[in-house]
Design a protein around this ligand. Structure first.
Ligand code: C2O
Ligand code: CU
Length: 470
């Protein structure tokens, strides 16, 4: 789109759109929507020349999740969760990866708009990294925010065994939080010896919402606690790395404001009440307490109201010496795309299951299971780069499907036909039983990207396809 058309389109966004600078023709809403996005989000990385090099080694080790026996896990750099890689926007990430696992693997950078060849999808963007092999990932993030990384080979086993880490891309000028803290939430299904139950993709997991464990950990521990001084403001980045479990964190008396979701700032901060953290999702919270008494505040997950899970605790024990006042960061230009529901649906992805396939149950998109990159999925979609599209997910099943797109972020437009102005972008949206979710998307990055359910057992048994952006 030319600069002139873009400016005209923006003018249309504020006035009622009867004409444009281009000579009196009406700018169709999809063009206006795409222009609104292009104004606010960069199509290209702005590399500042600084390269941050990290070494990541995947291998077997043991860890203690609770007071019980040490648990044999697979881990990046010997730790679960893996390391938090921190860079600033503009810096280039270089990861020298080495595979010391007994299986082939790759690393996918969840939520990061990387060049397609760095996306970590086996047989599509790179050959799998065989045991003993290595690979160098290099990319310059285009967006600041909270992202994570995990294998894209046999994910339902490899992620479950402990392979995941967080990538934080800080703003060029980070807001002055007293601290920036990461909580990685995972659940574990252990056997009677306290080890990771070693049957994966079981008929039970496949027939339900994937593998839900019995032990929930934050940062690899059941005893995570965060010391927070009264008056202090902390940025808390929460990542759900579970195979299937959804969380709804309840911060009780802690003041918590949602400032970013799936890495991207909101149009304006909102209360996090009722926000669901499905597998793959991240939420960034601005948290503070104003009590003066020492106290311990437990943070619970209340996704299943009758079975709350204690996640972690916040320990208030002091008063911060001085409290800087600042507005929570936001991104005022998250487009509203009003009128989007009058536009036609580009594609309706129907989500369902059938019996059969190598695992006994196949999860399907438009009645077809993904069978590897050598066979194009019948619903493989082609979307034009820089153009706005309305896409629908229709859940024909009774299970949960957190649908995730690689290489692009999107905004929820409606649930079950009812307009929903979510003031933020996402890369993963939870589609509930029998629900229909409409999203708006403007792909900015060329390549063949995966679209799949982030219940890893569902993905593993076929609920994947591709979106090709040219
Ligand atoms: Cu975190 Cu293909 O996904
Ligand atoms: Cu699913």
């Amino acid at each position: 789109m030319t600069r002139a058309v873009r400016v005209a389109a923006l003018a249309c966004a504020v006035a009622s759109c009867r004409s444009s600078a281009g000579g009196g023709e009406v700018v169709p809403p999809p063009e206006r929507f795409a222009a609104e996005l292009a104004e606010a989000y960069p199509a290209d990385a702005r590399a500042n020349g600084v390269v941050r090099t990290f070494d990541l080694v995947a291998g077997e080790t043991t860890t203690s999740l609770t007071d019980g026996p040490r648990v044999r896990v697979w881990a990046y750099n010997g730790q679960v969760p893996g390391p938090v890689l921190r860079v600033k926007l503009g810096e280039t990430v270089r990861v020298r990866f080495e595979n010391r696992l007994p299986q082939a693997t790759t690393i996918h950078w969840h939520g990061v708009r990387v060049p397609n060849a760095m996306d970590g999808v086996p047989h599509a963007t790179q050959p799998p990294v065989e045991p003993g092999g290595s690979f160098v990932y290099e990319f310059t993030p285009k967006d600041a925010g909270t992202f994570w990384f995990h294998p894209h080979v046999r994910s339902s086993e490899q992620v479950e065994r402990g392979l995941y880490g967080v990538l934080v891309v800080e703003d060029t000028e980070p807001p002055p939080y007293a601290r920036d803290v990461v909580w990685v939430i995972d659940d574990w299904l252990l056997d009677e010896r306290g080890q990771v139950y070693d049957k994966f993709n079981t008929p039970h997991d496949l027939a339900h919402d994937g593998r839900w464990g019995s032990l929930v950990t934050v940062n690899g521990s059941t005893k995570e606690s965060l010391a927070l001084r009264s008056g202090e403001r902390v940025r808390l980045r929460i990542v759900n790395t579970s195979n299937g479990r959804v969380y709804k964190p309840d911060f009780a008396r802690v003041h918590a404001t949602l400032i970013a979701f799936d890495g991207m700032y909101l149009r304006e901060p909102i209360a996090p009440t009722g926000i669901e953290l499905a597998p793959g999702n991240r939420m960034d919270l601005d948290i503070a307490v104003d009590t003066i008494a020492s106290e311990r505040i437990a943070v619970y997950d209340r996704f299943a109201p009758s079975r709350p899970n204690r996640l972690a605790e916040i320990v208030v024990d002091d008063i911060a010496p001085s409290t800087p006042a600042f507005a929570s960061p936001a991104r005022a230009r998250v487009p509203r795309w009003s009128g989007a529901l009058a536009e036609p649906v580009t594609h309706d992805f129907r989500l369902n299951a059938r019996s059969g396939g190598p695992l006994g149950i196949a999860w399907t998109i438009d009645d077809a299971a993904f069978e590897g990159h050598e066979h194009a999925h019948p619903s493989a979609l082609k979307l034009a780069r820089g153009k706005w599209h309305r896409v629908r997910f229709t859940n024909e099943s009774y299970r949960l499907h957190p649908m995730h797109t690689h290489g692009m972020f999107f905004r929820v437009l409606a649930r079950d036909g009812v307009a929903a102005d979510e003031p933020f972008f996402r890369d993963t949206v939870l589609v509930h039983a029998k629900e229909t979710v409409d999203i708006g998307v403007v792909p900015l990055d060329p390549g063949k990207w995966m679209l799949h359910c982030h219940v890893l057992e569902h993905a593993e048994s076929g609920m994947m396809t591709t979106i090709e952006v040219d």
